[in-house]
Design a protein around this ligand. Structure first.
Ligand code: HEM
Length: 366
């Protein structure tokens, strides 16, 4: 038995050393794009301006343009070093990261400024005790599923973007490596879930978000934020509709398309396409997160009663009168949402004195 084990061990160690030796032999079938590299180096040598240093933002420009022209195309897998990647790295870690950080800090400051200067927008009258259903269970679940996946993506995405600069000095390399690993996978898996939620959100709230004539009044009066007046509004006011179209829909599309390109890399997209998708994803995320700060503030501290509506589904009648008077009148009249919007005259032409009650903007009280 013993000689057998000994022979087995010798055979194993020989196999191991053989395979190690074999790994050391260059792979003759590898395609390092050598001729390509030579051509580029020659072109750069011939050009009047010398090839910029690696840290220069122009580094790799020639290569990136060639890449854009489909130089590598299907053969992306054979590219070992894509020097256009350096330009992406310099842009992403430099001006884009700086722009993103600046926009986010300014947005946070703007929210604090509004909170300080404008303060809470409360209902004029005390609560009546009469509750009105505003959102169904389905609407609330869709909203929270989208909101929770959004927050997970925002936090994990910001750690991917700024973590190296901000977290490594605080927690060290080991802890950061662990956090980054978990967050990266969380982001990659929650992304597609967020897309499903956003699509459901879009169709659930679409009908109530079409702009109507009355919305111009809201824009002109900046939602009454500076004058503290309640501008008449239907189920959603013009600010909420803007968030729906520019945030949830437009930025949602930018994030979803660029996110899918980055998430599923095995569909033949080149590094160049990934780099462009990354620029769009990064910029889209910046503006989406900045706008979401405003949305979250207005939906919680800024408008007492609004969070309760999305949490439990109902509002007090005085809240509905103050913030969505036209909608309240529709509920009371038992007509579909949006019916009374059409009867509201444009802001420049108020109804003549003594006009029939039906022509008076229902949200406005004398
Ligand atoms: C609105 C929601 C989203 C936000 C706020 C967001 C935010 C971010 C941010 C800030 C980054 C870092 C960019 C960088 O480091 O240059 C990132 C990376 C990424 N995002 Fe998103 N994202 C969102 C949605 C999505 C979706 C829907 C998907 C996929 C379907 C996705 C997939 C990815 C991937 C694959 C990366 C690269 C991760 C890596 O470096 O491994 N994201 N995201």
């Amino acid at each position: 038995m013993r000689p057998f084990i000994l022979r087995l061990l010798i055979a194993l160690s020989m196999a191991l050393s053989l395979s190690t030796a074999w790994a050391g032999v260059p792979n003759n079938r590898a395609e390092p794009a050598y001729a390509e590299e030579q051509t580029i180096l020659q072109a750069e040598k011939d050009s009047r301006s010398p090839q910029p240093g690696l840290a220069d933002k122009d580094s790799g420009r020639v290569h990136m343009d060639r890449h854009y022209l489909g130089q590598y195309g299907q053969k992306e897998g054979t590219v070992i070093v894509q020097r256009g990647g350096n330009q992406w790295r310099v842009l992403r870690n430099g001006p884009l990261a700086m722009l993103s950080g600046t926009v986010l800090v300014l947005a946070l400051l703007a929210v604090f400024l509004v909170a300080k200067v404008v303060g809470k927008i409360k209902a004029d009258e005390p609560d009546t005790g009469r509750r009105i259903q505003r959102f169904t269970d389905w609407e609330r679940h869709v909203h929270w599923a989208t909101a929770i996946t959004f927050i997970i993506l925002a936090v994990t995405g910001l750690v991917i973007l700024f973590g190296k600069k901000l977290l490594i000095p605080l927690v060290g390399h080991d802890v950061f490596a662990f956090i980054a690993y978990i967050f990266k996978y969380l982001h990659n898996f929650v992304g597609p879930l967020f897309i499903v939620c956003s699509v459901l959100m879009f169709f659930t709230f679409l009908r109530r978000n079409f702009f109507r004539r009355i919305d111009w009044l809201w824009f002109r009066k900046a939602g009454g934020m500076l004058t503290h007046e309640h501008v008449p509004a239907g189920f959603f006011n013009a600010g909420e509709k803007s968030w729906f179209w520019l945030g949830v829909t437009l930025l949602g599309l930018v994030m979803s398309i660029s996110g899918l390109i980055l998430d599923f890399v095995s569909f033949g997209q080149t590094r160049y396409v990934l780099q462009v998708a990354n620029y769009l994803h990064l910029l889209g995320a910046t503006f989406y997160i900045a706008a979401a700060m405003g949305h979250i503030y207005i939906g919680t501290w800024g408008t007492p009663g609004a969070y309760h509506a999305m949490r439990h589904g109902d509002v007090d009648e005085s809240w509905a009168r103050a913030h969505h008077g036209i909608w309240l009148d529709e509920v009371k009249a038992g007509v579909p949402v949006g019916t009374f919007d059409k009867r509201v005259p444009p802001p420049d032409h108020p109804p003549p004195p003594g006009a029939a009650p039906g022509n008076v903007p229902p949200g406005v009280r004398p």
